[in-house]
Design a protein around this ligand. Sequence first.
Ligand SMILES: Nc1ncnc2c1ncn2[C@@H]1O[C@H](COP(=O)(O)OP(=O)(O)OP(=O)(O)O)[C@@H](O)[C@H]1O
Ligand SMILES: [Mg+2]
Length: 264
Amino acid sequence: MYGFKRLMGHSFDNTLVETMQRTVGYRLERGPQNQVLVQVGANKLSLPEISARILRRIRGIASDYLKKPVNKAVVTVPAYFTDRQRQAVKEAGKLIDLDVVRIINEPTAAAIAYGAARQLKKAVIVYDLGGGTFDVSIIQIRDRVFEVKATGGDIFLGGIDFDNAMTRYVLDRFNAEHGIDLSRTPVAMQRIRDLAERTKCDLSTRETAAFNIPFITMTPKGGRSTLSSPSPESSSKSSRSSWWIERSTGWRWCSRFQAVARAN
Ligand SMILES: Nc1ncnc2c1ncn2[C@@H]1O[C@H](COP(=O)(O)OP(=O)(O)OP(=O)(O)O)[C@@H](O)[C@H]1O
Ligand SMILES: [Mg+2]
C-alpha cells in the first residue's frame, strides 16, 4: 500500500481515482456512499480504515518509546488538504480512539523542525519531495504565526518515480545484454526495485553507486532457492550483472522534477 494519501476525503467519482488506478498496483473500488475502497488481500478497506492502521502502528512505536499509552496526537497533512480531507484524518483517529487534537500543515511542521519558528518575520519556501508527491509551499512567518501563502507542485511525482526510472533502466540494459526480460519475474522485480531505492539513497551522498544483484535469475521454488531455467547460453552470463549508476543520470531521469521546481 502506498500513495493513497492524495485520495483521502475524495469520493470515487473524482478523476484522481482513475489516474491513481493507472499508477498503483492495488485495486480501488466504489464503496457505499461513493467512498473509495482499497482491495487489501481478501478485504476491502476504506481510506480512513487504512490510515487508522498506520496511526495505530505509529502510536505503538511512540508508546514503546515514551513507555506510556498515547491517546492524543497532532497529525500533519499537506497544506492544500480541504476541510473534508482533514475531517477524514480525524475520522481515522476516532477509529482507534486516538484524539487528533490538532492538524497542522506539513510545510509548517517542516519549517518548525528547521528552527524557522524562531524567526519573527520571514517568508520561507519549503520543498517537500516525498515518496509519491512533490509539494512546494511559501510560508509567511509573523510573530511565530505561520501562514501558507501559496502551494504548488505535482501530486504524481516523488521518490518512487526515481525508483521506477532506475528499475526501467536496469531492466532495459539487462534485456539488451542477456536477452532476458526480468519484468516478468516478480521476485527479480522486487529485488531490483528494492536495490533501485537503496541506490537512489546512496546517490544522495555519492556521485556514483554500483548496481549489483548476484544471481538475479534465481527464484524460490518449493521452499528452496533454485536457478530458474535460463537459456543455456545465458546461464553463466545472467547470474550476475553490475553497472555503475551516476548521480547526474538520476537527475536526468527526473527532468520533470526540475521542471516543477522551476515552475514554482
Ligand atoms: N537519503 C535519501 N536520498 C534520496 N531519497 C531518499 C533518502 N531517504 C529517503 N528517500 C526517499 O524519500 C521518499 C520518502 O520520503 P517521505 O518520507 O518524505 O515520503 P512521504 O511523506 O511518506 O510521502 P508523500 O509525502 O509523497 O506522501 C522515498 O521515496 C525514499 O526512497
Ligand atoms: Mg510527505
